[in-house]
Design a protein around this ligand. Structure first.
Ligand code: GLU
Length: 275
């Protein structure tokens, strides 16, 4: 009798995952970015030098190149990658719903996001800085943003760094993307755009205005994966290590930011660990 019950318990434990998988409710194995023939990768579409959608529908930028390298190491060639514009406001949702398999889109690893997302990397550590119009000489550091209109991109963390973490009483203005923030700044609807130096450097190349050069955070750019995709995360981390070891990271940083004046870090960042 006891034996029979034990056997039933074992059978149940072994059968449940298979049944769930058959119903499309499987765990990390089924939804992992590892072992795939093709990948859908979320990137930005309007951030010069990071993620830009060209008129012909293809994408370019540092994040696009990093994503292509990582996918290649995971066995997926460029021809089998579909890039999809994934703005800050939809990143967590896109991973949870499975509309993208992976996100490489100036996506900082934060404690709050880690509750919903598994992050590989970081593949780079940027720093938050602030971009102002050329005539705004009185804005010298983050504290000078008090009472100034700053960009609040939905789903992005940069405005929180100023208002919630630094407790600077800036006036946030909601805008959809960083491209739209730069347009609003040029049009006089904002006083400053405070976000990652890589993002600002990408825009600065084509616009009047200046970066104030007062970095105040570490923005650990992670590769977003569906929560629980530890196998995918470990493969991503192996690929990032390779990207630094074989000189690709340095080459890509120089390719996209070599003329920006930013101090570039070419050693592999400390990984956060897959959780
Ligand atoms: N790295 C910051 C973040 O993840 C700002 C850029 C962005 O939203 O893409 O919130």
């Amino acid at each position: 009798m006891r034996g029979t019950r034990a056997t039933a318990a074992v059978l149940t434990a072994a059968t449940v995952p298979a049944l769930l998988a058959a119903c499309g409710l499987g765990g990390a194995e089924e939804t992992s970015a590892a072992g795939r023939d093709s990948l859908v990768i979320g990137v930005k579409g309007d951030q010069p030098a990071l993620g830009v959608k060209r008129p012909d529908g293809t994408y370019e930028g540092f994040d696009v190149d990093v994503a292509t390298y990582i996918a290649g190491k995971m066995g997926v060639p460029k021809s089998r990658i579909t890039f999809r514009t994934t703005n800050s406001s939809v990143r967590e949702e896109a991973l949870a719903k499975g509309t993208v398999d992976m996100i490489v889109a100036t996506y900082s690893i934060t404690a709050k996001r880690r509750m919903k997302v598994t992050f590989g990397g970081p593949y780079y550590v940027a720093h938050q800085d602030t971009f102002v119009r050329a005539d705004a000489t009185s804005i010298k550091n983050v504290r000078d943003l008090k009472d100034r209109r700053i960009c609040q991109v939905t789903g992005s963390n940069s405005w929180r760094r100023v208002i919630e973490e630094r407790k600077v009483a800036a006036k946030p203005v909601t805008v959809g993307t960083y491209g739209a923030c730069m347009d609003a700044l040029a049009a006089g609807r904002l006083d400053a755009v405070s976000t990652d130096d890589l993002i600002l450097a990408g825009f600065a190349a084509g616009r009047p205005g200046r970066m104030i050069n007062a970095p105040f955070t570490d923005e650990k750019y992670g590769v977003g994966l569906k929560k629980g995709d530890l196998k995918g995360c470990e493969e991503v981390n192996r690929a990032i290590t390779g990207m630094y070891q074989d000189g690709t990271a340095e080459r890509l940083l120089n390719k996209w930011f070599g003329r920006s004046g930013l101090k570039l870090t070419t050693s592999v960042p400390q990984f956060e660990g897959c959780t």
